[in-house]
Design a protein. Sequence first.
Length: 220
Amino acid sequence: AIRVLNKYYGKTDESALYRIAMLLHPSIRVQYMLNAGWIQEWIDEAIDLLVKEWTRHYKPASTTKETQPTANQFGYSTYLQRMYPTTGTSTRSATCPIRDFVHAAPVLEASRDGQPILFNPLVWWHGQRSVGNEWDGLTQLAIDVLSCPATSVDVERAFSLLSNIVTKRRHNLSAQTIQATATLASYSKAGLVKRGVLGEILRAEKSKSKAAKAKARAKA
């Protein structure tokens, strides 16, 4: 069992995404890696991967001032008893917001019974954006990375759905139509489309089309 676990755990090294996602999770960061017994070399490699990704695709052309996170980043001062027995050390870097973030103490949310729980990372990062904390592009990087599907199952299902839409006799469908159909199906499956709303939209479009035609005839 240990051999099988090590075999598949080792495959996470083949993708930088897992390590980057861990570092960008506000309740995990470097502190989790230290508590989990990662050697410093592994931690440094993970941080370097994140820095390279940010530098290559997200770093602003010019940074005029040091990132200054607002106090809401540290909304809670308690830690998960098992995962965070010690307080993480916080460092400041005038040029790299990543090192500021990953070395800061993890932040946690309080459950209804007052127990510390992990933040939903996407909710946390969107909260940072809502108060103006872009972290010199790190916020967008975090949202992009943490929005990636954990597995390919949902992607494969999307392709399977599209194969049913685009049959051999429906090759004239435009890319926009296919995209809109697949998106609507996904929203509907998630319960985000209210019953009857599509019919209302279609009737409104039909009424608008009739009015446009009547106006054109009147001008003629």
